[in-house]
Design a binder for this molecule. Structure first.
Ligand code: PLP
Length: 352
């Protein structure tokens, strides 16, 4: 810590992303990327954009892309905000909706970026313990002082909270903003985007990094009533007018329009997940019910840390968290069926 740092730089404890190793032989199952490339239409749209216009600034309010996302959810663009990855959209949301004098709530086991933003922006927070079975204790989220943020499906558990429960949380916090981070929702039963017309305090945040295979392009978005979207624009335009570059805007629009490719790849990932879970159970793992593109699992005899290290030695990278509540679990991204077969063979060797 340097004496020349600001208070914000001093108090912040940066988020540590999953390892990004350069070894091309690694099977990377640690950051929930898609094992499939993006739609070929995305590549074509980016190539087209590269040959035009790069000397010009991109559209600051990303109207065309917001139209495309809105069309998918049957909402107009006034209900949509876009940003440079959902991490940025989440950071803007903390600034737009949470205050330094009222405690927000999020689950004690959830996306570990939330406490980082809270500390950075000086927002007090309560980490609400999960139930024994890792489900969300819904009633503990009624009547929050400062607002609520949670991931649905939750990360890293993969457990899905029903729309009925999301609705009760929104209804019981009508004076605060409730943010549902739906990074993994396309692998789950249904998005709460259908509720935003009824709940002026509900903001949905999604990403194209997982189900749309675009982690490298950095596109996230928020869905909410126009007064919430306006607040996000106020923050963005006080920070950087052009958070999304021309290539990201072009690629994202093409991804939103290729519904066939999107359906095909998400269905394949769900199918692989449903095939993998019983295979893991046969090998002595218990696996939480997952509505995401990953599983969260623990073995009856092999320690999570050992599993992580032994798999890494065999060039398979998974995620292990130090948080004591989940230190004997690992999170494994659903890859292709072939990658999952390699994973199972490596597990068989480790267990033996
Ligand atoms: C729950 C959750 N929210 C948000 C993100 C951020 O996604 P991105 O910034 O790539 O859109 C992630 C990434 O892993 C996540 O797990």
């Amino acid at each position: 810590m340097h004496k020349l740092w600001s208070d914000a730089a001093k108090r912040t404890e940066p988020y540590v992303p999953g390892e990004q190793l350069n070894d091309p032989d690694i099977i990377k199952l640690n950051t929930n990327e898609s094992p499939y490339g993006p739609s070929p239409n995305v590549i074509e749209a980016i190539q087209k954009e590269v040959s035009h216009h790069l000397q010009l600034y991109p559209a600051p309010d990303a109207e065309a892309l917001r139209d495309d996302i809105g069309r998918y959810y049957q909402l107009d663009k006034e209900h949509i905000f876009v940003g440079n990855g959902s991490d940025e959209v989440l950071a803007f949301s903390f600034m737009a909706f949470f205050n330094t004098d009222a405690r927000i709530q999020f689950p004690s086991v959830t996306y570990s970026f939330y406490p980082v933003y809270a500390k950075l922006f000086h927002i007090p927070y309560e980490e609400v313990p999960l139930n024994q079975d890792f489900t969300i204790p819904v009633e503990s989220f009624f009547q929050s002082d400062g607002g609520i943020i949670m991931a649905n499906p939750n990360a890293p558990t993969g457990i899905y909270l029903s729309l009925e429960n999301v609705e009760t949380i929104a209804a019981n916090n009508s004076d605060q903003v409730v943010i549902m981070d739906e990074a993994y929702i396309d692998f789950a039963p249904a998005s709460a985007a259908s509720l935003v017309q009824d709940y002026p305090n509900l903001l949905i945040v999604q990403t194209m990094s997982k189900s749309r295979s675009l982690a490298g392009l950095r596109i996230g978005f928020a869905i909410g009533q126009p007064h919430l979207i306006e607040a996000l624009f106020r923050i963005k335009d006080s920070f950087n007018s052009y958070t999304m570059d021309r290539l990201a805007l072009a690629g994202a629009a093409a991804a939103m329009k290729d519904d066939h490719y999107f359906q095909e790849t998400t269905e394949e990932i769900i199918r692989t997940r449903e095939w993998l879970i019983p295979e893991m159970k046969k090998r002595g793992f218990s696996v939480l019910p997952s509505a995401a593109n990953f599983i969260f699992t623990t073995h009856s005899t092999v320690k999570a840390e050992t599993l992580y290290n032994e798999l890494k030695r065999r060039k398979i990278l998974i995620r292990h968290f130090q948080n004591p509540a989940i230190a004997n679990h690992v999170r494994i991204t659903i890859g292709t069926e072939k990658q999952m077969e390699q994973l199972l063979r490596a597990i068989d060797a480790i267990i033996a």
